[in-house]
Ligand binder design. Structure first.
Ligand code: SF4
Ligand code: SF4
Length: 82
């Protein structure tokens, strides 16, 4: 999963591009729900939020490092649950 850092300026452009509805407005800044972030695996070749973020504040979440297989399994489970 990816993570939004406190450099976020609340510009709101990432939330609508997430195919998994993983991004939401938190108390101070936008946040990512790790259980819903597949790093865009299954939907796009690259993380859509990273490509649109104007301040480049969406790195990999060191507490939620996943393999491509794990991300793909998460994608399939999210699709099955939707
Ligand atoms: Fe959503 Fe993709 Fe960003 Fe994860 S990497 S939060 S799935 S847009
Ligand atoms: Fe914050 Fe970047 Fe999302 Fe804008 S695109 S709300 S700066 S994380």
């Amino acid at each position: 999963a990816l993570l939004i850092t406190d450099e976020c300026i609340n510009c709101d452009v990432c939330e609508p591009v997430c195919p998994n509805e993983a991004i939401y407005q938190g108390d101070e800044i936008y946040e990512i729900e790790p259980s819903r972030c597949t790093e865009c695996v299954g939907h796009f070749d690259e993380p859509q939020c990273q490509t649109v973020c104007p301040v480049d504040c969406i790195p990999l979440d060191p507490d939620h490092l996943e393999t491509q297989d794990e991300l793909h399994t998460k994608y399939k489970n999210l699709i099955a649950a939707s």
